[in-house]
Design a protein around this ligand. Structure first.
Ligand code: SF4
Length: 440
């Protein structure tokens, strides 16, 4: 980069979907000759990509904008909180521009206005896979924006709009570029991966001259041809997901499903207006495990949703015991401004929410520990995330572990010098605790 390149600082908050938005904006910035500055001092202006999912995320975003204003002074705001411009301007009236989520062109327009580009096509080379914020060996691929559901606790559809799927040709071109650039694991994300293509009526598109339908099964089959790990996030237990399980059993994509069940009581799920809440999910999980015994299911849950009775909470615990899920996260319900659930009767007092959270997590930890114990003695492939030469340990993940949210496999080995992040190693599991495995 030339010394005179305009420099943009970037703060990226929020979920993997927001991270992908950040990557796209950064890719565009780099392709137009902007330099990305790691410090406020050095930057000519700062873009803050915000999150507005829950109140604590709103506060974190407002704080980040405040810090960028104090340290740099020229700030453009984008992302989910950008939908609430009044709220931002009330606290930080001097921000230059506020745009909403996935508003790449608007963000770039604002950057051009306040910091015109100096483009040098011979200098400003952007790698074909774009600029990534994840380590080199894994990458998120966002297949759609928005959501057609209207869960009562969620305001994402009001911020990101209805489902808008990317045509399968575009998804596959990105995935193929990433695989060619050395990425070993693709994490497929969206708000509802099982709904992929519904909005496009499963439109026919082309990848490498080959016709493919814009649909979940066809996408999984095509991704399975790339020779890298493919992990599915945000899937709902609809009947057509049954078609994906054989691909997992055959090793085409990872035997892993991230399904945000959120609850196990039908009455609570109905009040939440959850997708597929009328499905018999326990029967479905049982059938999936018959077809693919190594299937890992990770999920998240909300306890203390308005009106949740002790009996409904018990139903959730019974459901969890029966479902025997591998990986589970849990939140106590917290009202989000603008969510329909705020109008529901009988909010659960915070001390009962906390007590239920602890009971839920105790059971989840027991289940996770028991499932991990069964892996002792097994041989399996793991992907290395990090090598800690000082501690003499390599930190890896098995096919059952997504980065950031699941557990690790710690490998004790004398010849760590020959191992690097992204390597896939065959190991033997020697020990397990509640969430992690140990291997040689
Ligand atoms: S499925 Fe429900 S929780 Fe998820 S984004 Fe859509 S409305 Fe929100």
């Amino acid at each position: 980069m030339s010394k005179s390149s305009p420099k943009v600082g970037f703060v990226s908050l929020g979920c993997p979907k927001a991270l992908v938005d950040s990557e796209r904006i950064l890719t565009q910035l780099r392709s137009e000759g902007y330099e990305v500055s790691p410090s406020y001092d050095d930057a000519d202006l700062v873009v803050v990509n915000t999150c507005g999912f829950i109140d604590s995320a709103v506060q974190e975003s407002l704080d980040a904008i405040g810090e960028a204003l104090a340290e740099n002074g020229k700030v453009i705001v984008t992302g989910c909180l950008g939908k609430r411009e009044d709220q931002i301007r009330e606290v930080h009236p001097s921000v230059l521009k506020v745009t909403g989520p996935h508003a790449y062109e608007e963000v770039m327009g604002a950057v051009h206005e306040y910091l015109p580009p100096k483009h040098d096509p011979f200098m400003d080379l952007v790698p074909p896979q774009g600029v990534r914020l994840t380590p080199r060996h894994y990458a998120y691929v966002k297949i759609s924006e928005g959501c057609n559901h209207r869960c009562t606790f969620c305001i994402i559809p009001s911020m990101r709009g209805d489902l808008a799927s990317r045509p399968i040709g575009s998804v596959m071109a990105e995935a193929e570029n990433l695989a060619k650039a050395g990425v070993k694991e693709l994490l497929i994300i969206s708000q509802d991966t099982s709904a992929y293509g519904v909005d496009l009526k499963y439109k026919l598109d082309f990848w490498g001259g080959r016709p493919l339908k814009t649909r979940m099964k066809e996408m999984c089959e095509a991704l399975g041809e790339l020779g890298v790990w493919v992990r599915l996030h945000y899937v709902y237990p609809y009947p057509h997901v049954d078609e994906i399980i054989p691909l997992m059993a055959e090793g085409k994509i990872l035997p892993y499903l991230d399904i945000p069940f959120q609850h196990g009581s039908p009455s609570v799920l109905a009040r939440m207006k959850r997708p597929a809440h009328a499905e018999n999910t326990l029967a479905r999980i049982k059938k999936w495990r018959e077809i693919c015994p190594e299937l890992t299911i990770r999920s998240t849950f909300i306890v203390g949703f308005p009106g949740e009775t002790e009996a409904e909470f018990q139903e959730l615990l019974d459901w969890l015991r029966e479902a025997d899920l591998d990986r589970v996260g849990c939140f106590t319900y917290s009202p989000v401004e603008g969510a329909k659930a705020n109008e529901l009767a009988d909010p659960v007092p915070p001390e009962i929410q906390q007590e239920r959270y602890e009971r839920f997590m105790t059971l989840a930890a027991e289940i996770s520990a028991a499932r991990l114990q069964k892996k002792i003695g097994l041989e399996m492939d793991v992907i290395v995330d990090d090598v800690d030469l000082e501690e003499g340990v390599a930190i890896a993940r098995s096919k059952a572990d997504a980065p950031e949210i699941d557990g690790n496999v710690f490998i004790d080995r004398a010849d760590l010098g020959s191992i690097k992040p992204g390597d896939i190693l065959r190991v033997r599991i020697t020990d397990a605790d509640e969430y992690d495995l140990y291997a040689e």
